[in-house]
Write a protein that binds this ligand. Structure first.
Ligand SMILES: Nc1ncnc2c1ncn2[C@@H]1O[C@H](COP(=O)(O)OP(=O)(O)OP(=O)(O)O)[C@@H](O)[C@H]1O
Ligand SMILES: [Mg+2]
Length: 297
């Protein structure tokens, strides 16, 4: 579904250049439910904007659903934004119109006319579990309900890819769990590919794969070991992260052979003193040893 290679984004203003993505590699398969995590400023929203066709990459390769987003013409881009991707933002002021009802909000973006449009809007609101609130104005709905209206809107034109930037950022834990469960259900029932950007380690535990961005590059990747259903009960009871235990950690190896060692691994003192490691091949494994700082003559 998504293929990024060496993706670069540079923001230029009068006296400043910011390199927001510096050669990012990422592949996402069709039907995946995955999360992108990373510190503030690491380039997560920038990446999402590129994927959604809201902004153009500066260099590299980017194809989404077989479409090359670097060479896309303006006209095709409009069609792509309208029909191929759905967006959900953290702040639902960006998704919704407060003085309209839930139903009217969902009807707006649907590219159908008359009765079919209303039927489709009702169907979408039902899919996100809001059939009982369709006639309420947005201002009468809770934060979690509003976010579900936003998800219904994002699904309106049957996109193949759903992009969500901090979708639970302004919700409390139990409400954000409901929104996540909805993502999960949609992913499983209609097979839509979902990419969620988040700071929330609990959220990251609820998806199949987590990719970490650091300084505009993918630096580590975790793929789920256990099945979601097995963990749900346990999750409810727990409070904090155990990410590393629920996922296998992968580092990303790029084509040039560069590898970013995941955070924490190098805290060991023997690795701290030097910027070199000794690399050896042992039984088909590549092993890194701290370099021995012996002086040679
Ligand atoms: N329109 C823009 N013009 C100039 N610089 C920008 C623009 N958008 C983002 N940046 C810069 O690019 C870098 C990456 O920003 P981005 O918004 O992608 O980070 P992020 O990972 O989404 O952070 P956060 O978690 O805080 O939302 C930052 O240094 C940011 O200041
Ligand atoms: Mg952001």
């Amino acid at each position: 579904m998504i293929h990024c290679e060496g993706l670069v984004k540079i923001y230029k203003s009068a006296d400043l250049e910011v390199v927001a993505l510096q050669g990012l590699d990422l592949r996402v398969e069709q039907g995946e439910l995955m999360a992108i995590i990373g510190n503030s400023g690491s380039g997560k929203s920038t990446l999402l904007n590129m994927l959604g066709g809201l902004d153009k990459p500066s260099a590299g390769k980017l194809t989404v659903d077989g479409k090359d987003l670097l060479t896309f013409r303006e006209k095709n881009l409009v069609k792509y934004k309208r029909e191929s991707v759905g967006f959900v933002w953290q702040n639902n002021a960006r998704n919704l119109i407060p003085y309209l009802t839930a139903l009217e909000n969902v009807e707006l973006p649907i590219l159908l006319r008359g009765k079919r449009r209303k039927a489709r809007a009702l169907e979408l609101l039902d899919a996100v579990g809001l059939s009982h609130r369709v006639m309420n104005r947005l201002s009468e709905l809770s934060g979690g309900e509003q976010q579900r209206v936003a998800i219904a809107i994002a699904l309106a034109n049957e996109p193949r890819l759903l992009l969500a930037d901090e979708p639970t950022g302004s919700l409390d834990t139990s409400t954000s769990n409901q929104v996540l469960d909805l993502f999960r259900t949609l992913n499983r029932t209609i097979g839509i590919t979902i990419v969620i950007v988040t700071h929330d380690p609990m959220l990251a535990r609820k998806v199949d794969r987590v990719v970490q961005i650091r300084d505009g590059k993918t630096s580590a990747e975790m793929i789920r070991k256990a099945y979601y259903s097995d963990e749900l009960a346990e999750l409810a009871a727990e409070s904090v992260q155990k990410e590393a235990e629920s996922h296998i950690e992968y580092a990303v190896l790029d084509r040039a052979g560069r590898l970013q060692i995941p955070a924490g691994y190098l805290d060991n003192d023997s690795f701290k003193d030097s910027n070199k490691v000794r690399v050896e091949m042992e039984d088909g494994r590549i092993v890194l040893y701290p370099s021995e700082n012996r002086k040679t003559s």
